[in-house]
Design a protein around this ligand. Structure first.
Ligand SMILES: Cc1cc2nc3c(=O)[nH]c(=O)nc-3n(C[C@H](O)[C@H](O)[C@H](O)COP(=O)(O)O)c2cc1C
Length: 292
């Protein structure tokens, strides 16, 4: 697997090198000239260093979509000498140019990585209020950087379900979830199985819901502790409960069974892991497979 990833990266690097050297003559994607480049749209990319590769791509894609730039393909490459497979395909390096993001908006655009302070903040979208579903499905989720929220919203769209976001009483700052720092709040919580970060706001009335999806990111190969807070606070009765998660590369592992045990109620099904870049088709296929 790692070999395949390395091979893909090497091929990508080679393709980039050829594109850079050959320009329009190489028969590949045309490289804009310096004067053409001036007319191309620009985009300030947040600092992607240290992120998992798939997350970096999906983060950029999400931000572009929010800016109204849909139909954009994002290719993320980095200096292969800085690529360490043991680090699980993270973008490495202290040189901002170690990672280059290309936006294909008809013509390829080379973007440089900027320091973190230039990164736009994520804006939380409005959440459908949910009170007693009367047979409807419900999608409950926690999302720190938007990936799980995206999948949750796709499920809700397909299932015509209500959504309810688990919002921490003490919001997670960028530093809190900076998992390069072993002392960051999120990793400290993950290392303490008894940690139960508080959830903000009123409790939700689960009584009318017969099918409940529960979504979360994977943090240090487990469910974030706030998910433990959530499942312990509710009686799921006989509702069907379906966990799902997003991650850089880790699987859903035993997070679903752990949540089921902590909940002590509900008919829990096997869960599903999605990459941060999951598409509506991926989600639809999964939901269809649940009905078989
Ligand atoms: C504190 C922390 C720990 C993480 N640990 C892992 C991990 O062990 N394995 C993995 O594949 N991804 C890991 N990730 C990446 C997230 O699972 C991934 O970015 C996820 O899609 C984020 O979902 P969200 O945008 O809904 O918060 C971690 C992220 C954070 C913030």
């Amino acid at each position: 697997m790692k070999r395949t990833i390395r091979l893909v990266i090497m091929i990508m690097g080679l393709v980039m090198l050829l594109a850079a050297c050959g320009g329009k003559e190489n028969g590949g994607t045309p490289t804009p000239t310096e004067s053409e480049k001036k007319d191309l749209p620009t985009y300030t990319v947040p600092d992607l260093r240290g992120m998992y590769y798939g997350d970096a791509v999906s983060k950029v894609r999400q931000e572009l979509e929010r800016a109204g730039l849909t139909n954009v393909s994002v290719v993320c490459i980095w200096d292969p000498t800085n690529y360490d497979p043991a680090m699980n395909a993270k973008i490495m390096g202290s040189n901002p140019e170690a990672g280059t993001v290309l936006m294909d908006l008809g013509a390829p655009i080379t973007l440089e990585l900027y320091a973190a302070e230039a990164a736009p903040e994520f804006v939380s979208p409005t959440v459908t209020p949910a009170t007693g579903g009367e047979g409807k499905a419900l999608v409950v989720y926690f999302s720190a950087t938007g990936n799980t929220r995206n999948v949750a919203e796709m499920i809700a769209e397909i299932e015509n379900a209500d959504t309810w976001e688990i919002i921490p009483e003490q919001p997670y700052s960028k530093e809190d979830i900076n998992y390069q720092d072993y002392n960051c709040r999120a990793l400290k919580e993950q290392n303490d199985k008894s940690a139960r970060p508080a959830i903000a706001g009123e409790k939700i009335d689960l009584s009318g819901y017969t099918k409940i999806y529960i979504g979360y990111p994977i943090w240090a190969t487990q469910e974030p502790r706030i998910m433990d807070t959530f499942v312990e606070a509710y009686d799921f009765g006989t509702a069907t409960v379906i966990p799902f998660c997003t991650s850089g590369s880790s699987g859903i592992g035993s997070t679903g069974t752990r949540l089921a045990t902590l909940a002590g109620s509900g008919d829990w099904k096997a869960g599903k892991r999605f990459p941060g870049s999951a598409t509506e088709e991926d989600v639809r296929k999964w939901i269809e497979s649940l009905q078989q």
